[in-house]
Design a protein around this ligand. Sequence first.
Ligand SMILES: Nc1ncnc2c1ncn2[C@@H]1O[C@H](COP(=O)(O)OP(=O)(O)OP(=O)(O)O)[C@@H](O)[C@H]1O
Ligand SMILES: [Zn+2]
Length: 489
Amino acid sequence: MNINSKAISMSLQIYNTLTRKKEIFEPLVDGRVSLYVCGPTVYGHSHLGHAKSYVSFDVVARWLRQLGYKVKYVQNITDVGHLTDDADEGDDKIIAQAKREHIDPMEVAQFYARSFFADMDALGNQRPNISPTATGHIPEQIALIEQLIEKNHAYEVNGNVYFDVASFEGYGKLSGRINQEELEAGARVEVRSEKRHPADFALWKKAEPNHLMKWASPWGVGYPGWHIECSAMSMKYLGETFDIHGGGLENQFPHHDCEIAQSECATGKPFVRYWMHNNMVTVNGQKMGKSLGNSISLKDIFKKFPPVVIRFFILQSHYRSTLDFSDAAIEAAQTGLKKLQESAARLNEAQAGKTDLDLAPYEQRFTDAMNDDFNAPMAIAVLFDLAREINSALAADGLSATSLENAKAFFETYANGVLGILSTAGESDAAGSDKDKERLEGVMALVLELRQAARKNKDFATADKIRDGLTGIGIEVKDTKDGAIWKTV
Ligand SMILES: Nc1ncnc2c1ncn2[C@@H]1O[C@H](COP(=O)(O)OP(=O)(O)OP(=O)(O)O)[C@@H](O)[C@H]1O
Ligand SMILES: [Zn+2]
């Protein structure tokens, strides 16, 4: 068996939300996959729901790579806050947070973007190839809107630009939430007079004078609507038609239907070949959401559970299933993961014995599971079966040298490389690795030595500045008769 052999599989099936069935995956360009996933709106720390979305798509990218594809993975950062209400009403989420914190909106966006990356790193997600920001792509969004106006799919009124949904027959084809009849019926309902149709959505919004994030455009000073950023950035980096677009289920409508409308009307080409949607993390059956006030931040969860346990908890249910949050459910996942970790550890310590273990059936089952619309829970079940066989072999006559090597390689390739669940990197990130501790001790020894030298020179100002500065970052220094001691508080 050659664990690392990479053969492009023709049997990967993906559930395509657009056609509502599993389809054999065939990329547009042989051997390459273009993947776009809607990124977070960065106005608060990420919660468990975000983790489900990004862990799921991380595993999608990892499995595609395992199959031998060269994957270009783009995941945006929404740093122009979209409105709190999908009907283009309400406050901008980022600006609202900036007002609460009395800081610049860009500071809010950057702070929470960094926090997002730190959490995703801790979860063991590989970084996307490109993480473009909406604010960094205003000219591309304006250019796309101009194309839509030129082709009569959009119109400007008083500095606002709207997409004309009646001009696109396929509007709503992804979610199935809208059909042309309903559209026409809707037209009779009284609405904000500015729009031609109540379902028309904003591509560009005029900024009021006190609005904080705004840019010059052919229609005056304003800011882009939310949907246009994903069309502009995905097509810029992946082309007018690309392979896979992912996101949370609740984004099918309006967000993804609007993306399809904008992109297909601008280019006249199909936008995305396979649409993938992860289901929701729920709390007592209700979607977990920042805006819903029932979210649990990853940072808080990581205080209780190592990030790798959270990753395992997420992957134990299918990405298209809901996942109900409870401490008890995570504790159960922790127990399960521990069993796999123990088996892997036993393998590393084991001496060669007699029994030969045939890993081919396990490899086949694991591959079949992942090829069946990325069925991670089924793949994990294969790992448990393997762990059980390994444990009993090790308890009896031991595994032959080749079997030991193959079993280790299996865990490394599949449990670690594909699912990312046996790595302890995330764990140490959260708890502070030994290496980091060593470094901190070295730095503190040096700082205290300099402080001691200052005191000797009667430079008490510097000595105090060092002590107060350390207190400010959570390190308490105490002078004792044996010298200064410190602790983190
Ligand atoms: N509870 C959840 N379960 C699974 N995925 C989620 C959940 N909440 C958000 N997501 C997904 O995370 C991604 C980023 O979400 P975004 O930052 O836009 O948050 P949101 O949907 O506005 O959530 P919130 O209500 O928390 O602000 C989207 O693809 C979204 O579908
Ligand atoms: Zn998007």
